[in-house]
Design a protein around this ligand. Structure first.
Ligand SMILES: [Zn+2]
Length: 586
């Protein structure tokens, strides 16, 4: 049972978006957007190539204003749905599509485009318009693109939805009680090894009956992705994702190489963890075992105080922006029908972002609050640029959140004097990092293997997929932890592999980037703060490479990634020496 922690009544206020939820405002916004789209289409369809710089700037202004109305309505529908998933709500979609604009702009010859982009009238939209053109070599004709978009509803999207349905329907027999997959996986955090092992076994059993269906879905999605890459002429399965992330294939490869060459770091940690837990045959179901089972519950007030104090110690401006979220923009408590997990939603620039949590008073929840507020601060600062320039590519989307976590972690650690408490804190931090950097890259290696195998060998059996899965997981853990055959089917409930192929490395990218940036702050001190805030305020108005330069980071430098990993290496060393001091025998 969850105790009262003060978060129970912390609910967000969506009337800030639309004052009267039952009123016509949402509808009015959609009608207005519809009319704007119709106007844009009737005036510009087939004529984008004839526009001069000023005309182009006006067109983008207008598109942004229209898009803002649509996204505001969508935000409202989504946030309502997140706290009450039983209510499917109404989607907000436009009848008149404006896809033509990007396609026609992308079709403008390079020479003419460069000339236009050099014009001062397009200063604000330079990166946006350049970014649209990055897909130029891979675009199909407008009727083809339209068909692809429309067919996706009965193709790719349908398979993803089927996957979600069959996976959501998985029920686990947990000691005679029916549990959801999420509940059963939560038992892997139990301090009781017998509970963990039984839960793990029960999950394996529950994944079995639907495995052929999920294998078929995965095969279809892999094939669909291969087909897309073929007709659009991408050089590899990951190339389109990298282009979407505005990062070069070489930079991504440098990240992957750097992380896989330091698999000794997670291995060292799990060896130590086995010793701390007193288990000499650690297996995959023990990964999440707590090393400090009796951590104290944190009240909502304390969590808020800790995070805001930590933020303030870095920058008062950052703390002030974060404080505003506590005035009606956070939905904190878990409740029946509410979506699991946590997120920060940017809303739209004309409104304030929102944060959803499932706060239960664990120390992890405090870090989640710090994480989501990091996103929130980033969104508030970047929203000043307007919709099209605010949102960052995936690769930079996690920088502010992990940075916020790191600042908060530093604060909590500095206040913990007890060596046992320090070890628990550092251990928790290392595990978060293992999950967000090493495990994501291990999963990226799995994706790399199966995408290539599907292209070379045709349809893959569950066993072949399982082989790639087990191998790429074993690579990461080395001999520190046994990955048993029970784990063979555990790839098959992970949604990212289905809905966004190639997504997972972006977590590792963002996490390592944030660690390396934080290391810079530690070195430079207060003088670093303005450049960091400048980075956040720049949103997605430039490429990750250019934005990195704002904080003195060169993403194309292979040593940059190694420097981030060194921070983790040092954390593990500190955990090792704390453990040795405590037991004297490690
Ligand atoms: Zn995040």
């Amino acid at each position: 049972m969850t105790m009262v922690n003060g978060a129970e009544d912390v609910r967000w206020d969506l009337t800030r978006l639309y004052e009267n939820p039952e009123g016509e405002e949402v509808h009015d916004d959609l009608i207005a957007a519809e009319q704007m789209a119709e106007g844009i289409r009737s005036r510009l369809h087939g004529r984008v190539a004839e526009l001069d710089a000023a005309g182009l700037a006006d067109a983008v202004d207008e598109l942004q204003a229209m898009q803002e109305k649509v996204e505001k309505a969508q935000t409202y529908a989504y946030l309502n749905f997140a706290t009450d998933t039983g209510d499917p709500g109404r989607g907000a979609f436009l009848q008149h599509d404006v896809l033509f604009f990007e396609l026609e702009w992308a079709a403008v010859p390079d020479e003419r485009a460069d000339e236009l982009l050099a014009d001062a009238a397009l200063e604000e939209w330079r990166h946006f318009l350049k970014a649209v053109r990055r897909f130029r070599p891979h675009l199909l004709t407008e009727p083809e693109e339209k068909l692809v978009t429309e067919k996706a509803v009965t193709g790719r999207s349908a398979w993803v939805r089927l996957f979600t349905q069959v996976t959501d329907a998985v029920t686990v027999d947990l000691d005679g009680e029916k549990a959801t997959l999420e509940q059963a996986l939560a038992s892997l955090y139990s301090p009781d090894r017998a509970v963990r092992q039984r839960a793990g076994g029960a999950v394996t059993e529950a994944l079995q009956p639907g495995l052929p269906v999920r294998t078929y879905i995965f095969n279809t999605i892999l094939a669909d992705h291969a087909l897309d890459d073929r007709v659009r002429h991408y050089s590899s399965w990951i190339a389109a994702r990298n282009l979407g992330n505005e990062i070069s294939d070489d930079t991504v490869q440098a990240l992957v190489d750097a992380v896989t060459s330091r698999y000794d770091i997670p291995a060292r940690w799990y060896r130590l963890k086995g010793r701390l837990l007193g288990i000499d045959d650690l297996n995959e179901h023990d990964r999440y075992a707590p090393i400090d089972p009796d951590e104290a519950e944190v009240s909502w007030e304390d969590a808020r105080g800790t995070v805001l104090d930590a933020y303030r110690s870095f920058s008062p401006e950052m703390a002030d922006i974060a404080s505003e979220f506590f005035r009606g923009y956070i939905d904190a408590p878990p409740k029946p029908g509410k979506q699991g997990g946590a997120f920060a939603h940017p809303a739209v620039p004309s409104a304030h972002p929102y944060v959803m949590l499932n706060y239960t008073g664990r120390r992890r929840d405090v870090m989640t609050l710090a994480h989501e507020l990091g996103h929130g601060v980033h969104q508030v600062l970047a929203n000043k640029l307007g919709l099209f320039n605010a949102s960052t590519p995936l690769t930079l989307a996690e920088t502010a959140s992990i940075f916020g976590e790191t600042v908060t972690f530093g604060r909590i650690l500095s206040e913990e004097k007890d060596p046992k408490g320090r070890l628990a804190l550092i251990g928790g931090r290392i595990e978060d990092i293992c999950a967000s950097i090493f495990r994501q890259i291990a999963m990226n290696r799995f994706e790399d293997a199966v995408h290539n195998a599907r292209r070379d060998e045709g349809e893959l059996s569950s066993d072949v997929i399982a082989e790639h899965w087990i191998r790429t997981q074993r690579d990461m853990f080395g001999d520190s932890l046994t990955i048993t055959d029970e784990y063979k089917s555990w790839w098959s409930y992970i949604p990212h592999f289905m809905h966004t192929p190639g997504y997972v490395y972006a977590y590792a990218f963002g996490n390592l980037l944030a660690l390396a940036v934080y290391a810079r702050y530690e070195k430079e001190g207060a003088s670093f703060v303005p450049s960091y805030l400048q980075l956040l305020s720049a949103g997605g108005s430039d490429t990750p490479d250019e934005l990195g330069r704002l904080v003195g980071v060169d993403l194309s430098d292979p040593n940059f990634w190694s420097a981030g990993l060194q921070v983790v290496d040092e954390l593990v060393s500190e955990a090792e020496s704390l453990a040795a001091a405590q037991t004297g025998s490690l």
